[in-house]
Write a protein that binds this ligand. Structure first.
Ligand SMILES: NC(=O)c1ccc[n+]([C@@H]2O[C@H](COP(=O)([O-])OP(=O)(O)OC[C@H]3O[C@@H](n4cnc5c(N)ncnc54)[C@H](O)[C@@H]3O)[C@@H](O)[C@H]2O)c1
Ligand SMILES: O=C(O)C1=N[C@H](C(=O)O)CCC1
Length: 249
């Protein structure tokens, strides 16, 4: 029988962290070492195999510096990573071989599929735009999921040799056409009553395709989080982005 995985949770009192605490306590192969909700409490997770981080884009790098220095694997849902942060993380991991970090822009399995389907569809359409819709307490815009989807679509469009999407706009109130990420327009809505949703809208002559994903509650992210907790120690690369390799996508 596999040994029980000892798990710590950073952001334990937050919307996602509190859900992770419940999921770790409920699963038969994981055990909660401690829930931590501020940097001063981090020492409580010493002894954990894995720490799950759902905190804030401004603090997650500091948490990761501490985890990697202490040789604790990390499963990260916190958004707001850019190339500079990822480069720093790769450097830290190179100095601490054996420690693994998994950062997933979205732990919803259906959300991962939505991103995968969007990347597959992208080469066939001259137009592609993303609309993400989230609860109004979200700190970052656009969402990490929308950012990653735009990167995937941008890569697929470049690979197919597509030109920039047609757009005759010459007069614009700033923001009306959304933010541009890797050549893809991204529109962020913050709506009371919503959790996490995204539409990817593709168009070509006489046909459009809309791929939509909806997270109805935060429990929906937990199968993906637990999958990450179970698999992170065995990942081949020190830093993995997204659940895709674990899901065989
Ligand atoms: N990847 C995914 O599937 C996914 C899903 C939902 C949310 N998110 C992301 O997760 C993050 C958290 O979202 P949320 O809605 O749970 O936010 P939240 O504000 O409800 O919770 C964050 C918690 O972290 C705590 N915190 C702040 N600094 C800390 C530190 N240094 N150490 C430990 N705890 C600290 C806060 O006190 C708070 O309780 C956001 O970046 C969000 O975009 C990702
Ligand atoms: O609620 C949030 O905040 C979410 N953040 C992630 C993102 O930025 O993509 C995933 C969906 C929920």
């Amino acid at each position: 029988m596999k040994p029980v995985i000892k798990v710590g949770v950073f952001g334990a009192l937050g919307r996602m962290g509190s859900e992770v605490v419940r999921a770790v306590e409920a699963a038969s192969d994981t055990e909660l070492v401690a829930g931590v909700d501020g940097p001063e409490e981090r020492g409580k997770v010493l002894g954990a195999d894995v720490v799950v981080d759902f905190t804030h884009p401004d603090v997650v790098m500091d948490n990761l510096r501490w985890l990697v220095a202490n040789g604790i694997h990390a499963v990260v849902g916190t958004s707001g990573f850019d190339e500079a942060k990822l480069a720093e993380l790769r450097g830290l991991l190179a100095e601490n071989p054996g420690t693994r970090v998994l950062i997933a822009p979205n732990f919803g399995i259906a959300a991962v599929l939505m991103m995968n389907f969007a990347a597959k569809a992208a080469p066939y359409f001259e137009s592609a735009e993303i609309i993400e819709l989230h609860h109004p307490n979200k700190a970052d815009a656009p969402s990490g999921t929308a950012h990653r989807t735009a990167e995937l679509i941008g890569e697929a469009r470049a690979g197919a040799g597509l030109a920039a999407p047609p757009d005759a706009t010459t007069s614009e109130i700033p923001g009306a056409r959304g933010a541009e990420v890797e050549g893809v327009r991204v529109h962020a809505l913050r709506i009371t009553g919503m959790i996490a949703h995204q539409e990817v809208v593709f168009g070509t002559h006489g046909e459009t395709l809309t791929i939509r994903h909806d997270s109805m509650n935060r429990e929906s992210f937990m199968p993906g989080v637990l999958l990450g907790v179970r698999e992170v120690a065995g990942l081949p690369e020190p830093l993995t982005i997204g659940l895709e390799p674990i899901l065989g996508l």
